[in-house]
Design a protein around this ligand. Structure first.
Ligand code: FAD
Ligand code: UDP
Length: 372
């Protein structure tokens, strides 16, 4: 007999399991259909002893002290500033596109004019989503906006989502705004840190509690009628939970191609983006992220894929766009009819959450809904 059954051992499920077990002294069974905990943040040492992120590069960044303080109960940290270069017209240029990118691509006089006009129109240090910059009336800046749109966003977004940037919520491309600054870090959050011993070690500590039992390689549907529990927390895809009552919610999937290289470093920074070449979007070299020191290195190519339920694919990304939000809202209405189930997670909330956002959401649900 368990007080809680939690479906999914990613951030959403693990944070809630930990809180319920340690703060409420209740018994939790957390299950996952995969053969490991950690959800998409799972990392492991490959056959050559190199720490890799199985489901794609995960870089921790947040402005929330609360989230960092909470996770610090389960890990030490090391600093890491992620840097990304994109191949534009054969050159490697910093992204988010910033003043350094401008000087890299254009003759100095023109670059200087663009810099002055950007600062005069928007202010130094401002971050401008590309779809906003395209609305500018300034002739030179309009030209710059179209250049960035074509060379940084259009091809990448078409590959990643099979949609043009303007067909998605503006928040998607606004994740990587044009930055009127010489700061070439991918993120500017207050905390840019990585768990010193990896994510999986952090999850192991989180779930190591006498009140928590873990069951892996089990779909919740296989056991739900065979165990006793009071409440369910569901962190998987919300449309799957409701048997696709209103039809499937659209997701994007990915395939990763991991390659071992026989030298210390393959590329000059954590990630290289390929907006216009190749059918992969980016190559990430894990050693930059993990800080591991060794003579070989592993890189991962990311190939965006379409997603169909039931095809053994992973629904990596909800697709943020108006009509999908409307469909999600129908499922959300259904959740209100069942009081004994809590929904939380990137898939259960159909939200493009970063790790810190889902930790914050899980802590909030615990404080406002569960611990009362
Ligand atoms: P998940 O991690 O997806 O966990 C859900 C779990 O539920 C899964 O383990 C799944 O197997 C399980 N499950 C689903 N259905 C069932 C079922 N029927 N029965 C049993 N178990 C089930 N965030 C960042 O902050 N920084 C990054 O750099 C970053 N990079 C990313 C890169 C990629 C390629 C992707 C896809 C995401 C990235 N994220 C990043 C986002 C991050 O992965 C998510 O915010 C986080 O994993 C969400 O946690 P979750 O618990 O909601 O979902
Ligand atoms: N993007 C782009 N070109 C780039 C980087 C990002 O077009 O060089 C767009 C693309 O639509 C992408 C979105 O911005 O999906 C968000 O990028 P981010 O790096 O945050 O994606 P994630 O790491 O979540 O896959």
């Amino acid at each position: 007999m368990f007080d809680y059954l939690i479906v999914g051992a990613g951030f959403a499920g693990s944070v809630l399991a930990e809180r319920i077990a340690s703060q409420l002294d209740k018994k939790v069974l957390i299950i996952d259909k995969r053969n490991h905990i950690g959800g998409n943040a799972y990392d492991h040492y490959d056959e050559n002893g190199i720490l890799v992120h199985k489901y794609g590069p995960h870089i921790f960044h947040t402005n929330s002290k609360k989230v960092v303080d909470y996770l610090s109960n389960f890990t030490e940290w090391q600093p890491y500033f992620h840097r990304v270069l994109a191949i534009i017209e054969g050159q490697k240029v910093p992204v988010p596109f910033n003043l350094t990118s401008i000087y890299k691509l254009f003759p100095p006089n023109f670059a200087s004019k663009l810099e002055d006009e950007l600062i005069a129109n928007f202010g130094y240090g401002q971050k401008i989503p590309i779809l906003k910059l395209r609305e500018t009336k300034n002739k030179n800046l309009k030209w710059l906006a179209e250049y960035i749109y074509e060379n940084v966003f259009y091809g990448y977004t078409l590959k990643q989502w099979e949609l043009k940037p303007e067909e998605l919520d503006i928040s998607v491309t606004a994740r990587v705004p044009v930055y009127i600054s010489r700061d070439d870090r991918y993120f500017q959050d207050t905390y840019q840190i990585m768990p010193r011993y990896g994510y999986t070690k952090m999850f192991e500590k989180m779930l190591n509690h006498k009140n928590i039992k873990i069951l892996l390689q089990t779909d919740y549907k296989e056991i739900i009628h065979h165990i006793k529990f009071d409440r369910l927390i569901f962190t998987g895809p919300i449309d799957e939970y409701f048997d696709y009552l209103y039809g499937p919610l659209p997701y994007r999937s990915l395939e990763f191609d991991f390659k071992l290289v026989n030298y210390e470093f393959y590329q000059e920074c954590g990630t290289i983006n390929f907006p216009n070449n190749n059918n992969y979007t980016r190559i990430t070299e894990f050693k930059y992220l993990t800080g591991q020191k060794c003579s070989m290195s592993v890189i991962a190519f990311e190939f965006p894929k379409s997603f169909q339920p039931g095809n053994n694919q992973i629904p990596y990304y909800p697709i943020p766009k108006q009509e999908n939000h409307i469909l999600y809202k129908k499922y959300h209405q259904e959740t209100k009819k069942i009081k004994s189930v809590t929904f939380c997670g990137r898939l259960a909330d159909y939200q493009y959450y970063n790790m810190d956002q889902i930790v914050a959401r899980a802590l909030n649900i615990f404080e406002k809904e569960i611990s009362l």
